[in-house]
Design a protein around this ligand. Structure first.
Ligand SMILES: [Mn+2]
Length: 159
């Protein structure tokens, strides 16, 4: 299955709209926070897809968790925005959060800097910001999950 991963849209949904239109088939959407209004936009416009979302540091609405774990096609993913895990200092909080939940991947945002690496056996994945990149183009992520394995890529599109 193919999963689109967004973070830090910060009120500008145009990047998500372009990404959704550009990707040829997908099965689920993840939004890693900031801001919750954009998650509701996804629910309203793409409600046919399973949607998983966590709250960011700029999200004050209830009803969503700050951290979550999900299982897709046998792969367990730890989702967080990142501010609860000290991601600006390093990966330790992400790795411990993933391991405590039996997850093989930690997905986060918050820094607006994409990252796609493996550390201590855990996939560390940040899709970057789909509207406010720290530098360069807006970015989003794609996960390809099959047979208990998870592939990942950051897409920096120019449309
Ligand atoms: Mn943030």
């Amino acid at each position: 299955m193919r999963v689109l991963v967004f973070s830090d849209s910060h009120g500008d949904v145009s990047g998500m709209e372009k990404a959704i239109a550009a990707v040829n088939g997908f099965d689920a959407i993840i939004h890693l926070g900031d801001i919750e209004r954009d998650v509701r936009w996804l629910e309203k416009n793409y409600g046919q897809y399973p949607l998983y979302a966590v709250l960011g540091n700029n999200d004050f609405y209830g009803g969503r968790p700050a951290e979550a774990e999900i299982e897709l096609d046998g792969v367990r993913l730890f989702l967080c925005h990142g501010h609860t895990r000290g991601v600006r200092r390093g990966h330790e909080g992400l790795i411990s959060g993933a391991k405590a939940r039996g997850c093989s991947a930690a997905l986060y945002g918050h820094t607006h800097v994409p990252e796609d690496t493996v550390e201590d056996g855990i996939l560390i994945f940040n899709p970057g910001s789909c509207s406010r990149p720290m530098s360069g183009q807006p970015t989003f992520g794609i996960l390809e999950i099959e047979g208990g394995k998870c592939g990942s890529v950051v897409v920096d599109w120019i449309i």
